[in-house]
Design a protein around this ligand. Structure first.
Ligand code: FE2
Length: 103
């Protein structure tokens, strides 16, 4: 895998972890009822991303597979799961308060 792609994907993994933690704080502060289930989804996404990065490093998968995973992540998680938080907060999913900014 190209060095720059490896650096970008590792940075994405670290930032996603940071962003998820911030999102979980918003859920906790607002009394979101499905916090633990959502936290498990975050954990699973990070594990899957890290496995994809490792797979790419050992040439077990190609960059296209990582790209498809990332697109599915954003489409599925943001539009379906994160939108539930937005509804809980009485806001649109794009205006969920964040302590870290947007991913
Ligand atoms: Fe989330």
């Amino acid at each position: 895998m190209p060095v720059k792609l490896n650096r970008i994907l590792n940075e994405l993994s670290l930032y996603a972890r940071f962003h998820f933690y911030s999102e979980e704080n918003v859920m906790a502060d607002s009394g979101y009822p499905d916090l633990e289930a959502h936290r498990l989804l975050h954990y699973t996404l990070i594990e899957m991303l890290n496995n994809k990065i490792l797979g790419l490093q050992i040439c077990a998968i190609d960059a296209g597979q990582v790209e498809r995973f990332l697109i599915d992540w954003f489409v599925q998680h943001v539009t379906q799961e994160d939108s539930k938080i937005g509804r809980h907060l009485g806001q649109s999913p794009t205006s969920i308060p964040s302590r870290t900014g947007e991913l």
